[in-house]
Design a binder for this molecule. Sequence first.
Ligand SMILES: [Zn+2]
Length: 367
Amino acid sequence: MSQYFSFDLQAQDGRARAGLFRTPHGDLQTPVFAPVGTQATVKSLTPSHLDEVGASLVLANTYHLYLRPGDDLIAEVGGLHEFMQWPRPILTDSGGFQVFSLGGINQIDDEGVTFKSHVDGSTHRLTPEKSIAIQENLGADIIMAFDECAEPYDRVYNQRAMQRTHAWAERCLNAKTRHDQALFGIVQGGIFPDLRAESARFIASLDFPGNAIGGLSVGETKEAMHAILEVVDPLLPEDKPRYLMGVGTPEDLINGVMRGVDIFDCVLPTRLARHKAAFTSRGRVNVSKAENARSTRPIDEACDCYTCSNFSRAYLRHLIAAKEMLASTLLSIHNIYALIRIAKEMREAIFEGQFSAYAARVLHELA
Ligand SMILES: [Zn+2]
């Protein structure tokens, strides 16, 4: 791929893939789940905690860091790895998704997007070239093309947004100057199989070192998401990593890998932690429920994370009731570990040719 990046497909079982993606800040063993550090921090966790849960890739949000503290400032103090003291691979998104979901949009045209900051109301303009310049200042290993995210069920809008996303993908490639960053293209097209196929073919033709599937997990049904993955999977190059953006329940990870996905990210594990909820191998639980008041059991008996190895549901419920910060930390450790563990177990199952059996068993237990 280049002197900085390579992707080796190490094993395949059905459509499920195990690979090794080399980046300047270390190797990613895929399938891999990336926790999200929107503001250059995975909420309530230190880099040591991330180490302990086995995180290898962290996502940071371009939109937020551009507005505050500013990408120039981050470049000046040594880049994102140095700034947040995370020495392993980082991925930044393009800012596109947040502009469309958080920014007050003033204008979208073929050149770019003008929006109002959700922080202070100031007006900004993001273009493909600007997004790449910001991501080059931030210095992540994997950076993303600037795309337009449309409401998934509006066909006319999705067609227009897809065409714009394609034109912007070419402009991102032309704007890129750093060789130590891998720029991934993004497939759009809403829930429409023909648009998705057209988008996958076009994005694949641009020969990005990796390809992403955007615009999913934004309100469409699980069936629609799975159908789109089945359309896109055979059209993307086999020898490059595939990244399903913003997707991350245990079920989603398994269903994604089953359909050829290698990389995932999601805010869900830390967001659930702040809402007192936890993943378990038998589905989601709410730790603050009265039934946990005297429970000496861990969140999940099948989990060997730091939280489950040491703390009872009774203690966690007390921390939540007392509004102690440690509650978020301990629940986040568990929730992120749960997803990273599933990714690791899937990888092992793929090497052993046991992926289908593994997926069927875990999905059955979660249901
Ligand atoms: Zn645990």
